[in-house]
Design a binder for this molecule. Sequence first.
Ligand SMILES: [Zn+2]
Length: 195
Amino acid sequence: MADTARIEQFRKMAEADPENELGHFSLGKAYLDTGQSSLAIPCFGRVIELNANIAKVYQLLAAALLKENRRPEAIAQLCRGVEVAAAHGDLAPKNEMIRMLKELGAPVPESAAAPPQPVGQGQVLCSRCGRVGPQLPSPPFSKDLGREIHEKICADCWRAWIAMGTKVINELRLPLSDPQAQKIFDQHMREFLNL
Ligand SMILES: [Zn+2]
């Protein structure tokens, strides 16, 4: 899909459902990927307003701010992001944001070394909401992604995705019999669930 068509699609999605963090996230990422970092910044800001627990968003927001030479703001977002990532056990974005902070010569927050919360029987440390919550009784479907969801996503967030997934199919008019559309749908699911 051409960049402009992709951006247009995500822009419509963000406008049609402004409380949907996924639309703003996808739009921000599309702007960032196409070098339009000044347009990406408010999109990522809106995602954080809607859901402050997605560590990856702070990383992308900081990257966009750096492209606009807004260094102090980028450092502030990286520090917040490292804390969010540390609380959720989100290793990949945490390490990347620590690397960015070091590269900028900025101090790394001490909470980066904090241990994750304890998780009890039948519970899961949810990678989307960042809380320890009820686990799904079984994987929601049989692919590897189903198992990953069972291990990393709480039942509440899974229900939120089911509602959102319907909107994604409608907004993007995805024919799920088409393997390419299924791939796009899975990608949206991963982004929404912060996997
Ligand atoms: Zn959750």
